[in-house]
Design a protein around this ligand. Structure first.
Ligand SMILES: NC(=O)C1=CN([C@@H]2O[C@H](COP(=O)(O)OP(=O)(O)OC[C@H]3O[C@@H](n4cnc5c(N)ncnc54)[C@H](OP(=O)(O)O)[C@@H]3O)[C@@H](O)[C@H]2O)C=CC1
Ligand SMILES: O=C(O)C1=N[C@H](C(=O)O)C[C@H](O)C1
Length: 273
């Protein structure tokens, strides 16, 4: 049995993942973690997320290390916010618990330290800004297309629901990093976040990033390759969070085979590298 813990257990992603994990024959939910000093402390997670009692009590993140050890967790899944996920990754790596992380919005420094936590803890980790199969194929298309359209102007647009806290989305940032790398451009030098006022003409090098927020949009991403007289638009639109949850279940099945001390991504999980 794979013993699974989850931080952000009552969240949109966390609750959906729990519902799927408990349906798996070879997985056990052993811990459900929420914000420090959560008002849900000690309540049954199943009752809180509307599926009835499942015998797992919610604990606050102040007890994360303790609960991971006590429950003998194999894998911690984190879908929270960047600062919380950063702390959870540090703790899990220290106590030798493998990780699946979908949280977005990490700073460059956090990303660098996360790599080190995982290396030093020698744990297995799948970290991806987007767990859906479609988006990971979309990333692959961008990798192939960008060198061919290297003199086109490139702009990235993403749209999400009005509850999302980080912008641009992690997926848009991954798309941007893939494109910048293929074009040999330094990401920090070429990112152009929206535009306002007298910004001057567009430079050839810049890559635009734009975020729309509204209603219940699950997650749309479009990359525009704009030339003179023509343009190509590559789009992915998620209709439901089930696509991300399905990716997490695939990552749970894969993690045993992941390389310790290294961050794997969904392309590794899906075998599309
Ligand atoms: N990689 C992927 O495929 C996907 C990634 N995401 C990312 O996952 C993250 C979560 O998204 P979503 O589920 O929609 O967000 P939600 O706000 O619905 O859920 C986040 C949960 O984490 C809880 N939380 C906050 N701080 C802590 C903490 N210190 N310890 C434990 N739990 C904490 C929140 O509690 P409270 O509400 O009380 O603050 C909330 O229950 C985001 O970064 C999002 O971008 C989302 C979808 C897919
Ligand atoms: O917050 C969300 O909802 C999503 N976040 C991820 C991101 O920031 O890219 C993935 C997906 O688009 C949904």
């Amino acid at each position: 049995m794979l013993k699974v813990a989850i931080t952000g257990a009552t969240g949109r992603m966390g609750s959906g993942i729990i519902k799927k994990v408990i349906e798996q024959d070879n997985m056990d939910l052993v811990a459900a973690i929420e914000v420090p000093n959560t008002p849900f402390q000690s309540k049954d997670i199943g009752e809180v997320i509307g599926i009835g009692k499942i015998g797992v009590a919610i604990v606050g993140a102040e007890k994360l290390e303790e609960i991971l050890k006590l429950s003998d967790t194999d894998v911690l899944i984190d879908f929270t916010i960047a600062d919380a996920a950063y702390g959870a990754i540090e703790i899990a790596s220290k106590v030798g618990v493998n990780l699946i992380v979908g949280t977005t919005g990490f700073s460059d420094e956090q990303n660098k330290n996360i790599k080190n936590f995982i290396k030093e803890g020698n744990v297995k980790a799948v970290i991806s800004s987007n767990m859906s199969i479609g988006v990971n194929v979309f990333f692959k298309i961008l990798k192939d297309l960008t060198p061919i359209l290297n003199d086109f102007d490139i702009e990235i647009i993403e749209a999400h629901h009005n509850q999302k806290k980080d912008a641009p989305s992690g997926t848009a940032m991954t798309a941007f990093e893939i494109i910048a790398k293929e074009l040999d451009r330094v990401p920090a030098d070429v990112a152009r976040y929206s535009r306002q006022g007298i910004v001057g003409k567009r430079t050839k090098e810049e890559i635009g990033l734009h975020a729309i927020r509204g209603g219940d949009i699950v997650g749309d991403h479009t990359v525009l390759y704009i030339g003179d007289g023509e343009r190509i638009e590559i789009s992915h639109k998620a209709h439901s969070r089930e696509v991300f949850i399905a990716g997490v279940i695939r990552a749970l099945k894969y993690i045993e085979n992941a390389e310790p001390g290294k961050i794997s991504d969904m392309a590794d999980v899906l075998g599309i590298n």
